[in-house]
Design a protein around this ligand. Structure first.
Ligand SMILES: Cc1cc2nc3c(=O)[nH]c(=O)nc-3n(C[C@H](O)[C@H](O)[C@H](O)COP(=O)(O)OP(=O)(O)OC[C@H]3O[C@@H](n4cnc5c(N)ncnc54)[C@H](O)[C@@H]3O)c2cc1C
Length: 486
């Protein structure tokens, strides 16, 4: 089984497929592999970053008998798994949930010993969200007849947030979504904007359907259509695997916290890495506090957005250097809001709101014991709106969100509290949510994660066969095999 087949296969196997850490064939080879250095004070491998990909890479290598230490800048583990554990319902600021096809994700949750709950209801329950164009609320039927609706006749009743995923799902040019980064498909690496124009959308329609709340990039010019088609293939594979979605009861952050406790080696928190040097067969990691750590091999799971602030000597070269410097990371900012009384029951309107203005997208949170119960709302801004919010500042945005919801939903007046503001772009050790690929950059995928001497790379940005958390875990397997010389 080659590596790619393994990556795809593992996702389909489900819980327990990776109970031994590495696939059986690889585990047999790994059993013969000798640790890179004799056991001493120095680890065989240093892992940089204690997000899920770093923690999993560390576990896979410890499972093969290597001595591993993990260094993390924050004073917590989990990276983009981030739950507000002190807020009602434990709202998730990062990773939300995994589908039934997350073989690796379900396996690692099982190993962590955390209790998983089925949360599919979070997404299925409740009426479809209302569309707000300016101050005007529109149902689907009203939107279909709305004079300002720029969509082609066939799509008049499709809501703005639905149109692009629907078109990509229907018109994807990939017969095998896993081939999205295959050089034979290089000619398909056009912008999503160009792809949507080919489907008959006007610039105005693309602006409304995508640019106001872009899933990837700042707008449809900024993202490769192939990335959207890859994501579409992954989503379809998840849907085919089953309708359920799972999250950790009590907050997803409990999972990396439990994994950290299982580490045999050192986990050093609060150590910001500022430089990585390689000389004489040794890699040395330099921290902001002056501490240094060395090992024969180092795995770097830092997002490239954070890695570009780390000095690397000898420097990276070619496409890899370009990717570290330029790979895009998605701006997403959020405000967590609670309501004293259920204003949506009083006004009889849908609790979810998609707006074309500064309020962004208002998403009900159902994180209580009873999945019917709305425990709060997240107002979410993506792309340019997220940057606008960040510039305006947390307190101003919290006040704006409350004022806008109250203006659009008078029944909410005096009932709302905006608790937290969270911006992934302002998180120094992420500088954005997930990575995205701009047109012309798909060719980077097979180059940018290659080892540079004894410096190896993992993280969601390096995955090519799965998205999100599942992709991060896929990358841990690849990098573990590379470190083991397999
Ligand atoms: C809002 C949001 C929603 C999401 N929802 C989902 C979802 O529903 N399903 C899904 O599958 N995925 C989802 N994801 C994606 C998923 O959370 C990520 O793909 C995954 O957690 C990434 O893990 P990682 O280890 O690659 O990176 P990270 O978690 O970012 O880990 C990198 C680590 O490196 C550390 N680091 C950075 N710089 C330094 C430095 N200089 N020195 C030392 N350490 C450093 C960071 O602090 C961090 O801990 C979501 C992400 C976000 C942000």
């Amino acid at each position: 089984m080659d590596r790619r087949r393994f990556a795809i296969g593992a996702a389909a196997f489900g819980v327990g497929a990776l109970a031994s850490g590495l696939p059986r064939t690889s585990a047999a080879k790994a059993a013969k592999a000798k640790p890179a250095a004799a056991r001493s004070g120095e680890p065989d491998v240093l892992v940089l970053g204690a997000g899920i990909s770093g923690l999993q890479a560390a576990w896979l290598l410890e499972d093969q008998g290597l001595k591993v230490s993990v260094i993390e800048a924050r004073d917590r583990v989990g990276g983009r798994i981030m739950t507000l554990l002190d807020q009602p319902g434990y709202p998730e600021m990062g990773f939300n949930s995994m589908g039934e096809g997350y073989g690796r994700g379900l396996d690692i949750a099982n190993r962590a010993g955390v209790e998983m709950q089925e949360v599919g209801a979070r997404y299925r329950i409740g009426p479809p969200g209302l569309l707000y164009m300016g101050d005007k609320a529109l149902t689907r039927e009203e939107w279909a007849k709305f004079p300002g609706n720029p969509f082609p006749d066939a799509f008049k009743s499709v809501m703005p947030g639905e149109l692009v995923p629907m078109l990509v799902a229907q018109k994807t040019r990939l017969t095998d979504w896993n081939s999205w980064h295959d050089p034979v498909n290089a000619k398909l690496d056009i912008s999503l904007h160009a792809f949507l124009r080919e489907q008959g959308l006007s610039d105005q329609a693309i602006h409304l359907a995508y640019d106001i709340a872009p899933y990837y990039g700042m707008n449809a010019y900024d993202v490769s259509a192939l990335l959207s088609e890859y994501n579409d293939g992954f989503v379809k594979a998840q849907i085919a695997a089953g309708p359920k979605s799972f999250a950790v009861k009590g907050g997803n952050l409990l999972m990396p916290m439990a994994l950290a406790k299982q580490m045999k080696g050192d986990l050093l928190l609060g150590r910001e890495i500022v430089a990585i040097t390689q000389a004489g067969g040794k890699v040395t990691v330099h921290c902001a506090d002056g501490a240094t750590f060395s090992a024969p091999k180092v795995i770097c799971s830092l997002p490239f957005s954070a890695l570009r602030n780390v000095a690397i000597d000898p420097g990276l070269s070619g496409i890899q250097a370009q990717a570290v410097a330029q790979l895009g990371y998605q701006p997403i900012s959020m405000v967590f809001v609670t309501a004293e009384t259920p204003f949506w029951e009083q006004d009889g309107l849908a609790p979810a709101m998609w707006t074309d203005g500064t309020l962004g997208n208002v998403i009900p949170q159902r994180y209580g014991e009873d999945p019917q119960q709305i425990t709060g709302f997240i107002a979410q801004a993506r792309g340019n709106l997220a940057n606008y919010w960040d510039r305006a500042g947390a307190e101003a945005v919290k006040a704006m969100v409350v004022a806008r919801i109250e203006a659009l939903r008078p029944a909410a007046k005096g009932k709302l509290t905006a608790h937290s503001y969270f911006s992934w772009s302002q998180e120094k050790f992420n500088l954005g949510d997930f990575s995205y690929i701009a047109p012309g950059q798909v060719a980077w995928m097979d180059e940018m994660a290659k080892p540079a001497g004894n410096l190896f790379f993992c993280g969601e940005h390096t995955a090519t066969g799965a998205r999100g958390l599942e992709g991060a875990l896929e990358s841990s397997e690849r990098v573990a095999l590379e470190v083991l010389g397999m």
